[in-house]
Design a protein around this ligand. Structure first.
Ligand SMILES: NC(=O)c1ccc[n+]([C@@H]2O[C@H](COP(=O)([O-])OP(=O)(O)OC[C@H]3O[C@@H](n4cnc5c(N)ncnc54)[C@H](OP(=O)(O)O)[C@@H]3O)[C@@H](O)[C@H]2O)c1
Length: 295
């Protein structure tokens, strides 16, 4: 069976394709073309964010793909900085307008903290509840089919579970060979919150890893294929990014199974050097309030 037709069912009954196309760092001007290419190859799930600045292009790609809206699944993310109800409501309205695809399949809070305060200790409980309330309203109105969170730790999820009226359907988190948060994945899965694994290829940083390459060679697959399959075997959604149609196609050729022994070896790898990308908050770096890297 093709990976494109495989789905999970979210805790509200909505189905979500297991494989999606990530679009971070795909320029708005290139996004429509990339989305059309991906859909032509067979992708039915596209992951974008207000913060990527490419929702207009992604929406155009969806509308001009030749595939009906109902067959496609589009995720976007509420800016990490929006921690009031009014900011969140305006942000959701902006995403709906920019995407211009009638409704959003899944919208998630990008991060519990604004990026310039990522993992600095403050959890913004009130701010996340205010943003969640806005998401709940658009969900109840049918403009968003499912709502969820991203980069949330257990304590952040408990805040929503204890105080929200709608349960988060997903938590989109960093999870790849070399950096897999097993306890958080376990917590989410026990609470029927689907985990979406982002940066499955470590943002490219794992490409030269000889140990992982040797395992990929055993299965006669590429290193990205092995890494994508690893996340799928952890029962997560996986959203590799590429604007290259050849990579889009090969990243979906996943007709092999990683053995339990090799999964154990891959799970035990616990360090990856993100190189230049380590300046981004999601890889441990810090940015200033204006978005520039912190010295
Ligand atoms: N929620 C969050 O905070 C968050 C954070 C990070 C990412 N994400 C989401 O997750 C998606 C994926 O993460 P990511 O963009 O960090 O990185 P990734 O998917 O782990 O890696 C992307 C890199 O791998 C390369 N690549 C992809 N397929 C390849 C192949 N078959 N052969 C060789 N190189 C290949 C890409 O280059 P080419 O383009 O040249 O193929 C790109 O340089 C993002 O686009 C975004 O949608 C979410």
């Amino acid at each position: 069976m093709s990976i494109f037709t495989e789905t999970y069912t979210l805790n509200n009954g909505v189905t979500i394709p297991k494989l999606g196309l990530g679009t971070w760092e795909i320029e708005n001007s290139q996004a429509a073309k990339a989305v059309r290419e991906a859909i032509k190859i067979g992708y039915r799930h596209i992951d974008t964010a207000e913060g990527y600045g490419n929702e207009v292009g992604v929406g155009e790609g969806i509308r001009t793909s030749g595939v009906s809206r109902e067959e496609l699944f589009v995720t976007t993310k509420l800016q990490a900085a929006y921690k009031t109800y009014d900011e969140a409501k305006a942000g959701i309205e902006q995403s709906l307008a920019d995407l211009d695809i009638d409704y959003i399949d899944l919208m998630i809070i990008h991060s519990p903290q604004p990026w310039n305060e990522f993992r600095e200790g403050e959890h913004f409980f009130e701010g996340n509840l205010a943003a969640w309330k806005a998401l709940e309203e658009f969900y109840q109105a049918g403009k968003i089919k499912a709502i969820g969170v991203s980069n949330f730790e257990e304590i952040d999820i408990k805040n929503i579970l204890d105080n929200g009226t709608v349960k988060p359907t997903v938590n989109q988190i960093l999870a790849h060979v070399g950096n897999t948060p097993f306890d958080l994945i376990d917590f989410c899965q026990k609470n029927d919150i689907l985990v979406e694994a982002y940066s499955p290829i470590a943002h490219g940083a794992i490409l030269g890893n000889t140990q992982v390459q040797a395992i990929a060679d055993k299965y006669c697959v590429s290193l990205p294929q092995l890494c994508i399959k690893y996340d799928l075997q952890l029962n997560t959604v996986v959203i590799p990014k590429t604007a290259n149609p050849a990579h889009m196609a090969s990243n979906a050729e996943l007709d092999f199974t990683i053995s339990d022994d090799d999964m154990a070896t891959l799970k035990a790898i616990d360090s990856i050097d993100y190189g230049d990308a380590s300046a981004f908050p999601v890889y441990g770096g810090k940015i200033n309030a204006d978005g520039s890297p912190r010295e």
